[in-house]
Design a protein around this ligand. Sequence first.
Ligand code: ATP
Length: 232
Amino acid sequence: MLDIEAMEAFHGDFQAVFGMDLQLAAGETLALIGANGAGKTSFLRAISGLTVSRAAKFTLEGRDMRALSAPERARLGVALCPEGRRMFPSLTVAENLLMGARIGRRGPWNMESVCALFPILREFANRPAALLSGGQQQMVAIGRALMANPSLLLLDEVSLGLAPVVVDQVHEALSQIRGEGMAVVLVEQDIGRALRLADRFLCVLEGKTQLTGQAKGADMLAIGRAYFGEDA
Ligand code: ATP
């Protein structure tokens, strides 16, 4: 489904990602973990086409994505749910969700299925998004990404700043999304939660892959060392 080899990403003269590889099968979930500033957001934005990047290879469902713009990548199935949610605050919940559907991809996600996943969104459909709580806004942001019916869903820090009970709800929803055939990359500060949801993990340090492995039975000590860049 997704095949990335030797991706590099840049913010002007500053290089944030150095030669990262990522292969994902349809339906597979990867936890992308690493300390603040490790390069997780830069990697997701480079995949989405929002940050300047180059790669030896970058295909999604066999199509070369490297020369394509962010909107073209979105039309071909890349959806990013960004850190900080980025709602349209004056638009209603329903209008925000419909923004996700504008690229017109077919698939299982529509107003009905997104509201079945997050029932509170049905209740608040006609409210301005700005009036929702942080957790509810996060549900809108995830719902908006799903409405694009992506084949690759990139979720950046979806639990950041949310109360634990809301994080539970969001993760419960994410566990339902799994198995819908999308490849998912999940950036999550809570490594234990991320590993419970993921099939595999990739730990990034200073823009480079430090450790990868299966999520189930992962060696937490090794992850801790990779996370902080300590020698084994
Ligand atoms: P966090 O968990 O804090 O979001 P992260 O792992 O997502 O961290 P990035 O946000 O990708 O890390 O940052 C990687 C590096 O790139 C950091 O050194 C950061 O300062 C730098 N960086 C990120 N965005 C920009 C930008 N717009 N301009 C310049 N440097 C940037």
